[in-house]
Design a protein around this ligand. Structure first.
Ligand code: 0A1
Ligand code: ZN
Length: 877
């Protein structure tokens, strides 16, 4: 892991593997102080490789204690191989042979959570992207696919459950209270999809009958205390299996599908063949301990990992530059699924908010990279919003360019043609091109060019000729390594809204909404016979991941908010209106002028609250002002205090002006039904809690209401919302203290709920945030070794509490720098993700800008910095 001279890997250097591994037999002998790993690899020279005499190179980390190597049953001596920092070179490997290797590893000392490690009392693995090389010597690259058989031996009492990929083929007891289990996976797979679990786990079982009537055993393995938190994941899994059959024609292939929940995990979950390993936060859910947002996250991640069985496992990536091949497509698939299970418009808005806030910021920062990167130092740094979310947007654009039928044909062709192969993004786009007959040559730039494209739209109405022109101009800012961009193909869905609020016909066929493909730098559309200038509704459904500017008046935006036939754009018009208001307030705050609230926004909000026919979920989204993080993204220079003050002022003004409407909405939405994590109820709770947030600004009302809600809540959504409202309210600190205590007492045994408790406090905007976080680091609920806890406290403070993190003294930066150094040696992946807020230093004014840079420099100077952090820090400086 520690690598002083981190190298850059380039896509252009890709070469097919020199050797292949047809069969892989593994034996894991788990002992308290070590694990003995024996592998038996059937190796042959790759006929497609250019070189016919190159030595055999196997990846393997420095932590592998090599015991023995045999080639075709003959032990080879130390003169026959060389060990390097990256692996093992065997000079005289025959073109066809069986290599047996024995190594010792120490999973209990592995804090990186890559390879084989211990999470509390159980053993588990994480091999994507390059973790298998920390388990044994191997060709650890995704284009080497092998048939795996895995035997696990362990103490039977401590580890009654022994799992690996595929089907169980043997098991039994052996001497000294030990037992074994052998698993065979009939599907060839790359090592990154390998998994092993050994632990004392309980199981929830169910079954699923596939479209061809095969019966699949479904199992979720958890600690016994969590047995009451598996229902939602199981239901989500069954829904995903049915949905993938119906929507993509994909049937599950093995006889069992297993999910294991582990507490210590770097990411959300992992799609290992037949044995998905999940972060507990991505699988466990119970109304008493889990918020609606977390319920929805579980549904989405269960689906995501399940969908990988086809988009990722059956058809996998040739190399890690193709990561978006599986991730972009799978995120697209899981978002379609979540849209179908809940409300499509709400899901789309949530995804776009996330993309605009976080992916746009990434694309404008020093780590900006294309959906298909062409170079990396540490692949773990490229599990990014760009590869995942922007990658999904790109697949969505292909879908909208091709239409439903051709898109499905393209996906069918892709899966059937490449089943069992490791392929490239090019193969995916090629299949889409082939079935549709469309030329996607220029479209491919979405994979190669980084940065968020900008579209400037202008309009002109000619009252004499009754014509209306819309001119679209596209550009894309320079990004690291890419100063000039060529035009993209941008599908822009749009309509023209008339004075009566109805969509005007756009052509002779009477279409009211159209997709226009912008492929030149500038293009103009002309519409005829318009008696009055319409209001253009542009980028409906957010049909492309771009920033679109059109100079709307506030009246036009109010018109779209009230009338647009596209639900997404009704919401977006409101966001644009709010942004106009906030940007003006931010300017005034910066110049220390008196802040005056815009009355039109208040009027619009009032009518939203008064119209009971509207969907509460949509009203909630429309009442949400753009977050501080989003305001930071769209600002040229981030004036943290001015932004905070302006937004707080707007919230205060809205609350004061609309107290009555807010209070009656709150009462009206009191739930009478039993809790269910379904779209309708979720929408009602969201609106009620949004309204509560505003009411906290009314001193005489908010604190009492929140305190009542905290005490009476029957579910975690309402409880956590009330807790957060109290914690963030200056005049409710008495209640806040009591509520935090009560919460701690009630949930001290619920790890995930306690993480929420840490997070609520880490994001409190009241002064002295850093001191609070430092104190919480001493609390027994915190443990820097656990990624969820590090994220809930440290991550949340540094990335979601700007007013405290960016204090003028720079103590927030110094704190983060110390935590990164502490994590450097423990968990490089968590550390590298935590650095992100510091990388945005260029956007802050002095003195913060310099202070952030200093902190980054301090990190860069640290001796023994892992390459994960090195890469980010060097690129940022
Ligand atoms: N393929 C997983 C993401 C994942 C990546 C790396 C991991 O460990 C370092 C773990 C999970 C997914 O997309 O869900
Ligand atoms: Zn994935």
């Amino acid at each position: 892991m520690k690598d002083a001279t981190a190298q850059t890997i380039y896509l252009k250097d890709y070469q097919v593997p020199e050797f292949l591994i047809d069969k892989t037999h593994l034996v894991f002998d788990l002992n308290d102080e070590f694990c003995r790993v024996r592998s038996s690899l059937s190796i042959r020279r790759n006929p497609e490789s250019q070189s016919s005499s190159s030595p055999l190179f196997l990846h393997g980390g420095a932590e592998l204690e090599l015991q023995k190597i045999e080639i075709d049953s003959a032990v080879i001596s130390e003169t026959d191989y060389q060990r390097t920092a990256e692996g093992l070179i065997i000079d005289q490997a025959p073109d066809n042979c069986v290599i047996n290797i024995e190594v010792l590893i120490k999973p209990h000392l592995n804090t990186t959570m890559m390879g084989l490690y211990k999470s509390r009392t159980m053993y588990c693995t994480q091999c994507e992207a390059e973790g298998f090389r920390n388990i044994t010597f191997y060709l650890d690259r995704p284009d080497v696919m092998s048939e795996f058989t895995t035997k696990i031996i362990a103490d039977k009492q401590q580890f009654p459950i022994l799992l690996s990929n595929g089907n169980p083929i043997d098991q039994g007891d052996i001497e000294n209270g030990r037992h074994f289990a052998t698993w065979h996976d009939p599907f060839k797979k790359p090592a990154y999809l390998f998994a092993l679990v050994a632990g004392d786990l309980s199981v929830v079982e169910d079954s699923f009958t596939t479209c061809t009537n095969r019966n699949i055993l479904l199992q979720i393995f958890v600690e016994e205390k969590d047995l009451n938190k598996c229902d939602h994941a199981m239901l989500s899994l069954k829904n995903s299996m049915r949905w993938d059959e119906q929507t993509y024609g994909r049937e599950y292939d093995l006889d069992r599908f297993m999910i294991v929940a582990v507490d210590d995990f770097n990411m959300g979950a992992m799609e290992n063949k037949g044995l998905n390993i999940f972060n507990t936060s991505a699988v466990l859910a119970n109304p008493k301990t889990t918020t609606d947002a977390a319920f929805q996250r579980v549904e989405g991640i269960v689906a995501h990992e399940y969908f990988h069985n086809w988009s990722g496992n059956r058809v996998t990536c040739r190399d890690w530059f193709q990561l978006s091949l599986k991730e972009g497509f799978t995120v697209y698939r899981d978002s379609q699924f979540s849209a179908d299970m809940n409300s499509p418009v709400v899901k789309r808005i949530e995804d776009v908010v996330y993309l605009r806030t976080h992916q746009f910021a990434e694309d404008a920062g020093p780590m900006s990279h294309p959906v298909q990167p062409d170079a990396y130092m540490e692949i773990n740094n490229f599990y990014t919003l760009t590869v995942y979310e922007k990658g999904a947007e790109v697949v969505g654009m292909i879908h909208s360019l091709l239409g439903d039928e051709k898109f499905r044909q393209g996906s069918d062709l892709y899966f059937s043609r490449h089943d069992g192969q490791a392929v490239t993004i090019e193969e995916f786009v090629g299949a889409m091109e082939e079935v549709s007959g469309q030329d996607l040559k220029q479209f491919r730039r979405w994979y190669k060019q980084s940065g968020t494209p900008v579209i400037d739209v202008t309009s002109h109405y000619d009252p004499e000729a009754k014509t209306y022109n819309l001119t679209f101009e596209q550009s894309c800012p320079a990004t690291p390594g890419q100063s000039q961009k060529k035009p993209f193909v941008i599908p822009i869905k749009f309509g023209l809204v008339g004075a009566d609020g109805r969509d005007l016909p756009l052509n002779n066929q009477g279409d009211q909404s159209m997709v226009f493909s912008l492929y030149e730098t500038s293009q103009t559309l002309v519409f005829e016979n318009l008696q009055q200038p319409p209001v253009p509704s542009l980028l409906r459904g957010f049909s492309a991941p771009v920033k679109l500017n059109y100079n709307y008046s506030s009246d036009q935006l109010a018109h779209l908010m009230a009338n647009d036939s596209d639900g997404f754009n009704r919401w977006d018009a409101g966001q644009k209106l709010s942004l106009q208001v906030l940007n003006k307030l931010i300017e005034d705050a910066k110049a220390e002028r008196e802040l005056v609230m815009d009355q039109q926004l208040i009027k619009v909000f009032k009518s939203l609250l008064s119209d009971h026919s509207l969907d509460p979920a949509m009203v909630n989204l429309m009442l949400q002002l753009p977050s501080e993080a989003q305001l930071h993204e769209q600002a040229e220079i981030i004036y943290v205090e001015a932004i905070h003050r302006a937004r707080q002022f707007a919230r205060q003004s809205i609350a004061t002006a609309l107290e009555q409407q807010l209070a009656s909405t709150y009462q009206r939405l009191t739930e009478t039904q039993d809790y269910a994590p379904e779209a309708n109820q979720i929408g009602r709770r969201a609106l009620r809690n949004c309204v509560l947030g505003y009411l906290m600004k009314v001193k005489t009302v908010g604190p009492e209401l929140a305190w009542q809600q905290f005490n009476n809540a029957s579910n975690m959504t309402d409880k956590a919302a009330a807790l957060s409202a109290l914690v963030n309210c200056e005049t409710a600190q008495n209640y806040a203290t009591q509520a935090l205590k009560a919460f701690e007492q009630d949930y001290c045994d619920e790890t995930l709920a306690m993480n929420l408790w840490l997070q609520v406090q880490a994001t409190s905007q009241l002064p002295e945030g850093l001191e609070r976080v430092q104190a919480l680091m001493e609390h027994s609920a915190f443990n820097i070794n656990n990624p969820n806890k590090a994220r809930s406290l440290l991550g949340a403070f540094c990335s979601a509490n700007p007013i405290n993190f960016h204090n003028k003294e720079g103590s927030g930066y110094e704190f983060l720098q110390q935590q990164i150094i502490a994590l450097n040696a423990l968990n490089p992946q968590v550390a590298a993700r935590l650095v992100t807020p510091l990388t945005r230093w260029k956007k802050l004014p002095e003195p913060n800008c310099q202070l952030m840079r200093d902190a980054l420099q301090q990190i860069a100077n640290h001796k023994g910095l892992v390459k994960d952090i090195q890469e980010i820090v060097t690129k940022s400086l």
